[in-house]
Design a protein around this ligand. Structure first.
Ligand SMILES: NC(=O)C1=CN([C@@H]2O[C@H](COP(=O)(O)OP(=O)(O)OC[C@H]3O[C@@H](n4cnc5c(N)ncnc54)[C@H](OP(=O)(O)O)[C@@H]3O)[C@@H](O)[C@H]2O)C=CC1
Ligand SMILES: Cc1cn([C@H]2C[C@H](O)[C@@H](COP(=O)(O)OP(=O)(O)O[C@H]3O[C@@H](C)C(=O)[C@@H](O)[C@H]3O)O2)c(=O)[nH]c1=O
Ligand SMILES: [Mg+2]
Length: 284
């Protein structure tokens, strides 16, 4: 896809998009700083692409609690400016959001129309971004995903591999449940959606997460097992792992809409994990 413009270059999703769409243009922080909404809109006007994917975000969930102004610029104001520029110019806009827009009550998977209720600044600013994009009009899609991992950047898989090599015992929360999602699967889903939106499919919010749902402790067990580490995973309650930003206990996303509209199924994250471990071994 040559006329695709992507915000983000070094992040997990941006790196996987680059692998699948090497001809796209990727804007790093130097080319478009998301603390500057007008600069993001200008970058779109200058490039005049056929489609834009925003793969950049303020993703440091705990740091956002004490850096709300930056998080809001990056996660809400700049995506809003991107969406308005795209709507004005008739450019497709695909934005990525998060399970952290929900409050995590109950244990039912959330559909796209379920009430939101972010627990922290990261989730609140991501939700504000979603709402501004919908208000901008034009042809847009918001892809909400969860628990992203890859061989790039920092993520739970890489943290568990590091700690699992250093320690005999990992203590991991067992009462937060969600769908780990391989960034390469999100990249493929996003490109499929862009292709279909070009054919006239209309914009909406879509959920997309890896299958099966699991606790962070269960995810850690599979990481340790597939990596052949001997560390024991001890299950703890969230109360025993205090963090500045509360996390939702129930991060389950109902992904039936994306299957119905685009034929995109939930990928098995255990297969993605295997690919990531192979990639990390090849890099080492
Ligand atoms: N990571 C996760 O677990 C989840 C992520 N998501 C969403 O998925 C999307 C992709 O996330 P992911 O790839 O994991 O994120 P990463 O944290 O891996 O990457 C974030 C990217 O955003 C860039 N960025 C941050 N601040 C700025 C800024 N001020 N100006 C320009 N670029 C900036 C970073 O650039 P730099 O390297 O220069 O800092 C980096 O390229 C995001 O919308 C995120 O909210 C949704 C659910 C889970
Ligand atoms: C490192 C570690 C974490 N945990 C817990 C903390 C947290 O509840 C959970 C996952 O830790 P993380 O720091 O990866 O969590 P976090 O950074 O909150 O991950 C989130 O990132 C944002 C960007 C999203 O959008 C979400 O979908 C989600 O992926 O595991 C342990 O219980 N033990 C540990 O040793
Ligand atoms: Mg994190």
């Amino acid at each position: 896809m040559t006329d695709l413009l992507v915000f983000g270059r070094t992040g997990q999703l941006a790196r996987e998009l680059a692998a699948l769409a090497p001809d796209a243009t990727f804007l790093g922080r130097d080319a478009a700083d998301l603390t500057d909404p007008a600069a993001c809109a200008d970058a779109i006007r200058r490039a005049a692409p056929g489609a834009v994917i925003n793969a950049a975000a303020y993703t440091a969930v705990d740091r956002a609690e004490s850096d709300a102004d930056t998080a809001r610029l990056v996660n809400a104001n700049s995506p809003a400016a991107m969406a308005r520029a795209c709507a004005e110019l008739g450019i497709l806009f695909l934005h990525v959001s998060t399970d952290y827009v929900f409050d995590g009550a109950g244990d039912a998977p959330r559909s796209e129309d379920a009430p939101t209720g972010p627990l922290g600044v990261y989730g609140a600013t991501k939700l504000a971004g979603e709402q501004a994009i919908a208000a901008a009009g034009g042809q847009w899609a918001v892809l909400r995903t969860s628990w992203v991992f890859s061989a790039y950047g920092s993520n739970f898989v890489k943290t568990m591999l590091r700690l699992g090599a250093e320690r005999d015992r990992l203590t991991v929360v067992a009462d937060q449940i969600g769908g780990p999602t391989f960034a390469a699967d999100i990249a493929a889903a996003a490109l499929t959606m862009i292709g279909r939106m070009r054919d006239g499919a209309t914009g909406d919010v879509y959920h997309f997460a890896g299958w099966p749902d699991v606790s962070w402790a269960g995810f850690a067990c599979e990481i340790v097992a597939q990596a052949g580490l001997s560390a024991e995973v001890a299950e703890i309650p969230t109360a025993d792992y205090p963090t500045p930003a509360p996390r939702p206990l129930n991060s389950r996303l109902d992904c039936t809409r994306i299957a119905r509209d685009f034929g995109i199924m939930r990928p098995d994250w255990r297969a993605g994990l295997g690919r990531v471990l192979t990639q990390l071994k090849d890099k080492a």
